[in-house]
Every structure is written in C-alpha cells, then in structure tokens.
Design a protein around this ligand. Sequence first.
Ligand code: ATP
Length: 287
Amino acid sequence: MKISIKAPAKINLSLDVLHKREDGFHEVEMIMTTVDLADRIELTLLEENKIVIDVSEGFVPNDNRNLAYQAAQVLKDKFKISKGVKIAIQKNIPVSAGLAGGSSDAAATLRGLNQLWDLGLSLDELAELGAKIGSDVSFCVYGGTALATGRGEKIKHISAPPSCWVILAKPPIGVSTAEVYRNLNLNNIDHPDINKMVAAIEGREYGQICQELGNVLETVTFKLYPEVQRIKDQMIRFGADGVLMSGSGPTVFGLVKHESRMLRIYNGLRGFCHDVHAVRIMGERYY
Ligand code: ATP
C-alpha cells in the first residue's frame, strides 16, 4: 500500500525573538503561513522492519539525519510498530533556505503514517510528537496561518491573509539557523509589532500586512551574507509591495498583488538569481 502527500513550504510574515531560555532554545513569536511550493512525499509500506529514505537531492541525508526518517522513527517507537516504510521525497522546496522544507517533510510523514498505520491520532497529537523532531514541525502538521510561540511549537491558528503572489528568491548559499542565532545580539533588537500584524491579517488589510512585515534575524543574516540584503534591495527596487527574509534565510520573499507586476519582478530577478519561484499564499488550513 502506498500514498502520496504534499509537504508545503512556509514563510514567516513576522519573526521576533524574545530571550534565550535556560534550556538553550530561544523564546520566539512568529507568524507563519503556508505557500504553494511543496515537496512530494510517497510512503510505501514495507514488510521488513526498516525505514528507507529515497530523496531526489543528493546532498539531503538519506539516513536517520533526515527529518522524515525521524518522524517515522518517533511513531515506530511510540506505537511499537514492527513493519517498515519507504519514504520517497521529491524535493521542490530549496534546502537550508528558511522555508521549513525538512520540517514539512517530517510533518507530512507524520500525517501520512497516521493514515497508513491506522494510528487514529488527532492533528494536535501529531503536532505534539512533531515538536520532538523540530520546532517548525508542529506548525507544518497543520499548515494554514498561525501565531507560533514558545520555541515555535505552540500554535494558535489565525485567519488566512488575503491572497497574493509570493516571489521567493534564494541566493546560492545555505544558512545555518544555529549560526544566525549565535550571532544575534538580544540587546540590540528592533522588535516587529506582532499584534499589529495579527490585526492586519485578521482585518484582511493587505497594505498594512506589507507595512508590518518584520524579522529580527534579517540584520544578522545580512551581515553574515551581504548578498541576501542585495536580493531584498532588488525586490524593493523592482516594485514588490512588501519584502522580507524568511526564517533565518537566505530566502527573501516579496508580496505582490498584481500578476503583471509579479511577472516583471520575477523576470527581473531571474537575471541574477538562479533560484526564483512565483507562488501563491495558501494560508487556509486544509488538514
Ligand atoms: P527552517 O526554516 O525550519 O529553519 P530550513 O528551510 O532553513 O528550515 P531545511 O531545508 O529544512 O532548512 O534543511 C535544514 C537541514 O536539515 C539541512 O542541513 C538538511 O541537510 C537537513 N535535512 C534533514 N532532512 C531534510 C529533508 N527532508 N529535507 C531537507 N533537508 C533536510
């Protein structure tokens, strides 16, 4: 038996870091929303008791370092499952990009195996198990649009932002989230106003959403990798309505309402950045 499921990317419309906790994690406040750029996960049941990863990108690990592998392992351990699974991952989401590709693969694996192994778990239970794998996995279990707090695993669903184009541009570097956090100076932060962003989203005020975009990790990544700032500057110059780096980067996204302008920006960016995608916000919950 096999099933095929989508694992969509997320962007952060807002990302704030409050303080470093005693357990080493940072206390964050983030607004995340799903976009329609997705990996495809195919799960095939195996009689043999093993987890096999077959991933389309050579540099993504195909062993227990893969987050989808860890998702299957968490369920196998908890429910003492003695059968195996083959997880085939078609990567479409850029890797180490700030788009939660690995976390979304893990979340899709949790949802899919819940069905294939007939575990009967609720999404809340899957999200709780997902938090053991990574802070973004809980959000990815639900998708949609949410305010994430704690280390990112406490999810409060909010309504979807108004639909628009999202242009994603990733320079050819991978950014280590740990390195960005190591370089963050918590005494010198210009905090985004998360409450205003929530109000703008709930009020479906597109212009206000573009105004309130904010990510405290931006300046850190810009300092480490100035090419990320250059992409942001280009997107602003080409006329995107709002521009922000997603997560710890290096992907920069631009929100655009009108298709003609989206095409102009997309084509302009393609001139000097290889990895550019034009997608839609998909902020409604569909799981
Ligand atoms: P986030 O936005 O949650 O910080 P990211 O988009 O920056 O995540 P990922 O693409 O999830 O980063 O990959 C981060 C690291 O995880 C990479 O070093 C990669 O090798 C590893 N990894 C493990 N499993 C996967 C997977 N299924 N897909 C992509 N990367 C994976």
